[in-house]
Design a protein around this ligand. Sequence first.
Ligand code: NDP
Length: 236
Amino acid sequence: MKKVIVLTGASSGIGAATAKALSNSPHVLVMLARNEEKMKAIAAEINCISLVIKTDVTKIEEVQKAIATVIEKFGGIDVLINNAGLGYFDPIDEGKLEEWHTMIDVNLKGLLNITHGCIPLLKTSENGHIINITSVAAHQVFPNSAVYSATKHAVLAISKGLHQELQKDLKVTSISPGAVNTAFVNQTTNKEMIDDLKSYFAKGMQPDTIAQQIVYALEQPKDVTISEIIVRPGRT
Ligand code: NDP
């Protein structure tokens, strides 16, 4: 069944892998992120109807404009995949306030900006579905990542609230990955930690593994909701 899917953070990592996993599907894929060139290169590789809209999820006007463009071109939105996000790792007493604010702005407020705009459309869709990419850090607090973890706990809470209140109108899925080998780790500015973090994340899952979980949740029959997936690296 053809669905109009809006994917945030489509320029890299899990988002890019998700776009590729949707290649050859009947769906319409709308790709949002700030790096337009990267998204255009991914769109050129995939074989389904796609649209790239340069959007910073922290900017409400850009988000609203992107949603208006999707309505104009495709008439509505069936699926919102909230994947845009970032993490800065630091001991809490060395944390940089600006980095804490950025994590809250992107991971939490950015997610709310687009979710708020999409809810009315998802409610009227026959196939309304929100898929939120959280993290194992939504379930436990790891050292050096208290604020990142707080944003992902919040995303999990929002997912549960959306499900509780809107389950008659739409599906809600939260997917919580452990370490995934993407550019995610490169955000960290703590020079003492970065080498260890890079080698830790390099041993993580491939982004396509998470993309396959997203597709799995997406392609369930209409009467089945996958509420939560937690996926961790296996033994190597
Ligand atoms: P990447 O760094 O590879 O991708 C992050 C994506 O988020 C990019 O497409 C980036 O696009 C986008 N993004 C960041 N800021 C903004 C913004 N202001 N507006 C719009 N898009 C933005 O990391 P991952 O693919 O690993 O991360 C994807 C999600 O998975 C995140 O939510 C992350 O927290 C989560 N996650 C990752 C794990 C990991 O180990 N990698 C583990 C658990 C969860 P652009 O810069 O072009 O705007």
